[in-house]
Design a protein around this ligand. Structure first.
Ligand code: ZN
Length: 138
């Protein structure tokens, strides 16, 4: 398994400024890596940080709330794939992408992310099939 697969996204060319995200942790990550010489690929503002700096924190954040479906759910090719509430990256970004407010930013993030099915770390009991402490605490 390569590092790429491990991190779940591919390196990007873009630059992004902190005005293009609405989440505090994401803004902080961009501010930390911001370069005065560079301008945002999405809104044109300076300074801007490599889009990779945002990807790293954004995808890591997703990892605390969502897990690889492959780790949790049964997969059955004859029954339509994952047997449970797995979502793909399009659904995922519909859920969590509202912090990516820059014009076109969500599309760039979606393009960088690998297609990988995920499920919420906390699942209702019927879906907890592969063991592990994945039951919702209600
Ligand atoms: Zn921007």
């Amino acid at each position: 398994m390569s590092d790429w697969d491990e991190q779940g996204w591919s390196s990007t060319e873009g630059w992004v400024c902190s005005d293009c995200v609405s989440d505090y942790a994401l803004r902080a990550a961009i501010d930390a890596d911001a370069d005065q010489e560079m301008s945002c690929s999405f809104c044109g503002s300076s300074p801007a940080a490599p889009l990779d700096s945002l990807m790293e924190v954004f995808v890591a954040g997703i990892g605390t709330e969502f897990e690889d479906a492959a780790n949790i759910l049964y997969w059955d090719g004859n029954e339509g794939g994952y047997q449970g509430p797995a979502i793909d990256k399009w659904d995922l970004l519909d859920n969590v992408g509202d912090v990516l407010v820059g014009p076109g930013l969500i599309d760039a993030v979606r393009g960088s992310m690998h297609t990988r099915h995920r499920v919420r770390s906390c699942l209702p009991h019927p879906y907890v099939v592969l063991g592990g402490p994945r039951r919702c605490e209600l």
